[in-house]
Write a protein that binds this ligand. Structure first.
Ligand code: FES
Ligand code: MG
Length: 588
């Protein structure tokens, strides 16, 4: 092994030049049971960034896994120090967990920078916990490895798989159509969450844990292991073992999170049918590590990649099936056959992604398809632009046959659709008015959601996928084209146009749209435009500016106000603008 770089924790615990500070630091860490010998042993001190708690059930199993992580760290010759990360629970946080990603990031940066930590195990899982941890590790740039908590077991109801999140959208339609009552609605939804772990669908959690692995930030094969499986415990132990060696090798996030790694992740996202939240979170991680990753890369690099993984919401199966079929390595191995992976990208175990995944086999072709028989060719995202916004994304793998037949079936114009819009200003407005027959919504209407971006609705709400009014659902129209400046849950199978940047609250074009205007979307040209004359748009802009800009509700908490003042747009990852200037801050 090469000469080891001095551990940064020595500056706290073994600093002869500042003996009184060393004594002060030592006495308080001693008082919970660590010994002087341990703290001055020159063993790496490994943080376990604990995202699990009673408030965050998706990640709660990390409280158990941390014991195995500690054993691994100890056995490899390190000392474990566990500490809490600001909790983020996707389903429990009001007004939206999107608000908390940057807060958890900010706090974790302070912890990693300000305490005697030589390397860190990031306990990832529920949607925003993964990007928050990876963003912080990128900024601080000490050796870091991600440990996924793993998905829940498959949900079942009357012999059919019920996927968490995804079943909610379906159950809402069934309730609206009068097919089930309130009691059955709750039973159906609860059936989808049968154990500890995160959403068992290919929602944002499975997506981001898969992408953490594809980026090289976790051990190969680790993302898909269900939380309750014994393999998950073993994986926790091996992760603890490995981080100690990463410190000895000085293998840092900046060695792993290269542009090639991000492009690998984008392609894996297309192949797994990953969430539309992924572009936001990957942009945020990339900016904090200093990698250039424009939103256009998602289409340029990812669009032509086939869909291989048959998981809800784009497909049929769930997390346990994904694991048994081979998980991320099996997907990567297939992509490698078409030259779609940069095989040299380094990963946390010290090997390249090519070496890790080359021999990974598909164990069940119903769940993971070989690349010569994909579920769908060219299944990545389309990046749109126009006078409504500078950029927005659309997930093509969830465009259903029904949607194609209704909106993309004009033989002269097969990739475009056009219609009048109804505009909602935030989710409350939508819920209050959607079933009002006076709106005159028909199967040709486009539903617009604005005021849902990171400023308008701090953190950006997951509300752009809107169900049609009850009266259309009962007539068989189960989805309408939706477009907006908010996000969409990764568990939703709706082919919406999302993450529009700049948002209405930042005076993007969406702010100027009015009920009844026509909007034309052309997927081939990559455009989405309101068919309103430039003079009229200028008049509207002038009037809105004179009235003080696009109105949005007051902040309810201090953090909402702070975040609104600092956040960028979804296209740039909605990070705290300026924070990206602080890079590699723990590097000496
Ligand atoms: Fe936590 Fe889906 S709600 S992972
Ligand atoms: Mg979500």
């Amino acid at each position: 092994m090469t000469d080891q770089k001095p551990l940064r924790s020595r500056a706290w615990f073994d600093n002869p030049a500042n003996i009184d500070m060393t004594a002060l630091y030592l006495e308080r860490y001693l008082n919970f049971g660590l010994s002087l010998q341990e703290l001055q042993s020159r063993k790496p001190i490994i943080g376990i960034a604990q995202t699990g708690s009673d408030l965050s059930p998706c990640n709660r199993h990390h409280l158990v896994l941390a014991e195995r992580v500690r054993e691994g760290i100890r056995e490899a010759g390190g000392i474990a120090i566990e500490f809490p990360v600001h909790p983020i629970q996707e389903t429990g946080k009001r007004p939206t967990a999107g608000l908390d990603r940057n807060l958890a990031y900010l706090a974790l940066v302070e912890v990693l920078y300000g305490y005697p930590i030589d390397g860190v195990v990031l306990t990832i899982g529920c949607d925003k916990t993964t990007p928050a941890c990876l963003m912080a590790a990128a900024t601080v740039n000490i050796p870091a490895i991600a440990l996924s908590v793993g998905p829940m077991l498959n949900g079942w109801h009357r012999g059919e798989r019920t996927g968490s999140g995804t079943i909610v959208w379906k159950a809402r339609e069934m309730l609206a159509a009068g097919e089930i009552d309130d009691k059955e609605f709750i039973r159906l939804v609860a059936s989808s969450a049968p154990s500890t772990g995160y959403c068992n669908t290919m929602g944002t959690a499975t997506t981001m844990n898969s992408l953490a692995e594809a980026l090289g930030m976790s051990l190969p094969g680790s993302a898909a292991i269900p939380a309750p499986y014994r393999d998950r415990q073993e994986n926790a132990y091996r992760t603890g073992l490995r981080i100690v060696d990463m410190v000895r090798e000085d293998l840092k996030p900046s060695d792993i999170l290269t542009r090639a790694a991000f492009h690998n992740a984008i392609r894996v996202n297309s192949a797994i049918g990953g969430s539309t939240n992924a572009p936001i979170h990957l942009a945020a991680i990339a900016r904090h590590i200093g990698v250039d990753l424009p939103i256009q890369d998602w289409q340029a690099v990812g669009h032509d990649v086939p869909l291989l993984v048959n998981l809800q919401p784009a497909g049929e199966y769930l997390g346990e099936d994904y694991y048994r079929a081979g998980g991320v390595p099996a997907v990567v191995a297939q992509l490698m056959r078409r030259g779609l992976i940069d095989e040299n990208a380094r990963t946390a175990n010290g090997l390249s992604i090519g070496d890790n995944c080359r021999d990974a086999a598909i164990e069940d072709e119903r769940v993971i398809r070989p690349i010569d028989r994909p579920i769908q060719e060219a299944a990545g995202f389309i990046v749109l632009h126009g006078n409504l916004f500078d950029s927005a994304v659309m997930k093509t793998s969830v465009i259903s046959g029904e949607f194609r037949a209704r909106y993309l079936s004009n033989p002269d114009d097969p990739d475009a659709f056009e219609g009048p819009v109804i505009v909602f200003d935030g989710p409350e407005d939508y819920h209050a008015r959607i079933d009002d027959p006076a709106l005159g919504i028909t199967a040709q209407t486009l539903l617009i959601m604005r005021g849902a971006g990171p400023i308008g609705y701090p953190g950006a709400a997951e509300v752009v996928n809107m169900r049609p009014p009850d009266y259309l659902i009962t007539r068989g129209v189960r989805s309408l084209p939706c477009l907006g400046d908010g996000r969409q849950s990764g568990t939703s199978g709706s082919p919406s146009i999302l993450n529009a940047s700049p948002e209405a609250a930042a005076m993007g074009g969406l702010a100027l749209l009015r009920d009844g205007d026509r909007v034309r979307v052309d997927l081939r040209a990559g455009t989405a435009n309101m068919l309103v004359g430039e003079e009229e748009l200028a008049r509207r802009r002038h009037a809105l500016e004179a009235a003080g800009g696009y109105p949005y509700p007051e902040s309810q908490t201090p953090w909402q106000e702070i975040q609104r003042g600092l956040t960028g747009q979804l296209e740039g990852g909605a990070i705290l603008e300026g924070a990206e200037r602080y890079q590699r801050i723990a590097q000496t």
